[in-house]
Design a protein around this ligand. Structure first.
Ligand code: PAF
Length: 273
């Protein structure tokens, strides 16, 4: 595995290779969810590139940028074992410029749900993803369905900016107890982890209701909120796959999303119905 920290060096290296590139952007603290993305990338590309960059522009003031888990050495080993060809580990001062041309999140879709509780977060995500995709220039880029709103906005950016990359959404990986894997799970105490399980339970209950023929959004939401008590809820939303409001769930076309605070840890989860 080749490790490169310079954007221009990576660009030159990949251009010379002239092969299909599968790309997995990450912020490190790699877990089974990331390994699943890498495995997917390995299936359909000649070269697999992973980046590790804890992107400062997607953290709001007072968020966990400084304590975000950083495990470079362990992550390098994981990448090597997973068969990654190139690991890109840039520094912030190389990716960002002082007086910069900025891409920002759309006014509506970028400021609802997670964007409402974290205004500006998605501008930071889109800004770095645009840069990373331009540096790597991949054939396929792999993103987890767990960050459904992020995925939706990236797909929108690719379409609206006529970018030449195929986005591959990959299913959420869960621990045996049902909790969706996230680098932030390390913040949870044993008791908090038990509380956090209310999130996948509420989603599971919602999917059971739908399979019993209950499709009314208000009814499903009410039941989910009961299960989630007493967690502090960011949002429970039942939407179309295009993130439009709906009154009734349509199988194959809907998504249910939850954001809840467990202790100080914000957890996201969703289910694609
Ligand atoms: O999902 C993440 O890990 C990050 O938001 C991403 C896409 C790597 C951008 O920093």
């Amino acid at each position: 595995m080749k490790t490169i920290s310079s954007a221009l060096e990576l660009k030159a290296y990949l251009r010379n290779e002239n092969k299909t590139i599968g790309y997995v952007p990450t912020m490190g603290a790699l877990h089974e969810g990331h390994i699943t993305l890498i495995k997917e990338a390995k299936k359909n590309n000649e070269v697999v590139v992973v980046s590790i960059f804890v992107n400062p522009t997607q953290f709001l003031a007072g968020e966990d940028l400084d304590k975000y888990p950083r495990r470079d050495e362990a992550d390098k080993k994981i990448c090597e074992l997973a068969g990654v060809d190139v690991l890109f580990m840039p520094q912030a001062d190389e990716l960002y410029f002082e007086d910069e041309v900025k891409i920002v999140a759309p006014n509506v879709r970028g400021y609802v749900l997670e964007g409402a509780t974290r205004p500006g977060h998605f501008s930071g995500v889109l800004r770095v993803v645009m840069k990373l995709l331009n540096i790597v220039n991949p054939t396929n880029a792999y993103f987890g369905k767990k960050d459904a709103q992020q995925l939706n906005l990236i797909e929108l950016m690719i379409k609206q900016y006529f970018m030449d990359v195929n986005i591959v959404p990959v299913d959420t990986v869960r621990d045996a107890d049902g909790l969706a894997l996230s680098s932030r799970n390390v913040y949870l105490s044993k008791e908090q982890r038990q509380e956090a399980l209310k999130i996948p339970k509420s989603l599971y209950e919602a999917s059971k209701m739908v399979s019993r023929g209950i499709v009314n959004v208000a009814e499903i939401k009410e039941q989910m909120l009961k299960i989630l008590e007493p967690l502090e809820i960011g949002y429970v939303a039942i939407l179309s796959r295009e993130f439009e409001p709906i009154d009734e769930v349509v199988i194959g076309e809907s998504i249910i999303l939850v954001e809840a605070l467990v202790g100080d840890t914000r957890l996201l989860d969703n289910i694609w119905l």
